[in-house]
Write a protein that binds this ligand. Structure first.
Ligand code: NIG
Ligand code: FE
Length: 415
C-alpha cells in the first residue's frame, strides 16, 4: 500500500470537527504549524508526528490544505464560446444571446454534434488541468442535453469521465436549464420530473437535481415540481438562484430545504436571513460575476456574518464562467466579494463538500478522510488572494496518490 507523509508545513489548514463551517465556528478557524500529514492507501491516517512513508514531501515554508472541492461546474461540455464573450464585450446581453438560440442552446448543439470520445478527451484535459490547480473533487452536471435522451447521455458521459480521472466526481441532473424549443417551461418540467429524474436516480447517474430559475428560463413553480419528485427519489435539490434578477429563488430554496442556492447576485437581505437559519448552502460563483462583468454582487459579507453556510465554486462552463481554477476563484471571492482568506478556503473545501453531500469523506484534513491534499508555496493562506495571477500549487495528493508535482517542487519530494 502506498504511503505519503507531508512534513514541516508552516501552516496546515485542517478544519477540525465535522459538518459545515458557519458563524462562530468559522470565526475561530485557525491553522496548525510544523506538523505532519500522514497517509496510507487512499486515506489520511494521522496529523501530528511524522510517520515512516514511501514518499516524503518537504512542505517547509508552505501551507497545506485539503484538496479543493469544486461544488458547481457544468462539465461535461464540448467546446468554447469566445465569440459570444466578445459580443458581450461589445455590449450584447447574455439574455439576448440566449433568446437568439446561442448560449445554452449552442452548447447543446455542440455537445450533440460531438462524439462521446471527443467530449471525453476535451473534458479529461480540463479535469487534469483542474487537478494541477488543486481540485480533487468536483461536481458534474447535465443541462446541455435539452431532451430526455440527450440529458441521460450527458450524465453517462460524466460517469465515464469519473472513471478516467483521479478526482472524485459528484453528478447533478440539471433537469431544467433552458426551455427546449417548441415546448413550454411547464411541459418540459413535467417531463423532466416524470421521465428524466426517475431514470437518472434509478441508474445512479445523479445524486442531485438542479434548475435554472430566471425569467429567460424556469420559474419557482417548476422548481417546486422538480423538488417534489427529487424528494421522492432521494435526490438533493439545488437551484441557479437570483443570478440575473431577484427571482426570490434563494428564499424559496431555504424554505424548501434545498441543498444549495447558487450565484445569488440579486439575493435580497431578507433572503440572506432565510439562508442563515437554514442548512441550505449559499454557493458563490465569482467567476461568473467576473466574466459577465456584473456590477451587482451577492451579499457575501452579510451571508457570512449572519451565519449562512457559504461555499465557492468555479461554475466552469463555456458561457458565463470559462474558469477552472479554484485558487483564482478564492482570490476573486476575497478581492471582489470581500471574503477573508480562511473563509474562502473553508468555502472551497469543507463547505463545498457539504453542498455535494460528501463532507464525511472529503474537505478536511483529518484521520479517515480521503487523502486529498494540496501543498501551496507560501507560509500562510494570505497569499492566495494577495497574488491572484500566481499559480501557488506545488503538489497535489489525490486519493493517496501523488498526482501532481510542480517542476519547481521536485527537490522537495523524497521517494
Ligand atoms: O451557471 N446561467 C445558467 N447556467 C450557466 C451558464 C450556462 C451557459 O451559458 O452555457 C451558469 O451561469
Ligand atoms: Fe451554473
Amino acid at each position: 500500500m502506498s504511503s505519503i507523509s507531508v512534513r514541516n508545513a508552516a501552516s496546515i489548514v485542517t478544519f477540525p470537527g465535522s459538518g459545515p463551517l458557519r458563524g462562530e465556528a468559522l470565526e475561530t478557524v485557525s491553522t496548525m504549524a510544523e506538523a505532519c500529514v500522514n497517509c496510507s492507501g487512499d486515506r489520511i491516517t494521522s496529523i501530528g508526528d511524522s510517520a515512516d512513508a514511501a514518499i516524503e514531501i518537504d512542505a517547509s515554508g508552505c501551507t497545506v490544505t485539503p484538496g479543493f472541492v469544486d461544488p458547481h461546474t457544468h462539465l461535461p461540455f464540448y467546446g468554447w464560446r469566445a465569440d459570444e464573450d466578445a459580443a458581450r464585450l461589445s455590449g450584447v446581453r447574455y439574455e439576448t444571446l440566449h433568446r437568439e438560440e446561442g448560449g445554452i442552446f449552442r452548447s447543446a448543439r455542440m455537445l450533440a454534434d460531438a462524439t462521446d470520445e471527443d467530449v471525453l478527451s476535451f473534458c479529461e484535459g480540463l479535469a487534469r488541468s483542474m487537478l494541477q490547480r488543486g481540485t480533487t473533487t468536483f461536481e458534474t452536471k447535465s443541462g446541455y442535453g435539452l431532451s430526455v435522451e440527450a440529458e441521460l447521455r450527458q450524465l453517462r458521459l460524466a460517469r465515464e469521465l469519473g472513471r478516467r480521472v483521479p478526482q472524485k466526481l459528484v453528478s447533478t441532473c440539471l433537469a431544467a436549464h433552458a426551455v427546449p424549443k417548441g415546448r413550454s417551461a411547464g411541459e418540459w418540467a413535467g417531463q423532466a420530473a416524470n421521465t428524466l429524474l426517475p431514470v437518472a436516480a434509478e441508474e445512479g447517474l445523479a445524486s442531485a437535481c438542479d434548475i435554472y430559475v430566471e425569467s429567460i428560463a424556469f420559474a419557482l413553480e417548476h422548481a417546486a415540481r422538480l423538488a417534489e419528485t427529487s424528494r421522492e427519489l432521494g435526490l438533493r435539490m439545488r437551484v441557479h438562484a437570483d443570478q440575473l434578477e431577484d427571482g426570490q429563488s434563494a428564499a424559496f430554496a431555504a424554505r424548501w430545504g434545498f441543498a444549495s442556492a447558487d450565484h445569488l447576485n440579486h439575493t435580497s437581505l431578507p433572503a440572506v436571513g432565510d439562508l442563515a437559519v437554514s442548512d441550505t448552502a449559499a454557493v458563490l460563483l465569482p467567476g461568473a460575476t467576473f466574466t459577465l462583468r456584473q456590477n451587482k454582487k451577492p451579499p457575501a459579507r452579510n451571508l457570512i456574518d449572519e451565519g449562512a453556510i457559504v461555499a465557492l465554486g468555479t461554475d466552469l462552463n463555456p458561457g458565463t464562467s470559462p474558469i477552472h481554477s479554484m485558487p483564482f476563484v478564492i482570490a476573486l471571492a476575497c478581492r471582489v466579494y470581500g471574503l477573508r482568506p480562511l473563509e474562502a478556503l473553508a468555502g472551497a473545501t469543507v463547505n463545498a463538500a457539504f453542498v455535494l453531500g460528501v463532507d464525511h469523506e472529503v474537505g478536511r484534513l483529518s484521520a479517515g478522510q480521503r487523502a486529498d491534499i494540496v501543498v501551496l508555496d507560501s507560509p500562510t493562506p494570505d497569499a492566495l488572494p494577495y497574488r491572484p495571477d500566481h499559480d501557488p500549487v506545488l503538489a497535489v495528493i489525490c486519493a493517496g496518490e501523488l498526482a501532481y508535482v510542480a517542476p519547481r517542487a521536485e527537490a522537495r519530494i523524497k521517494r
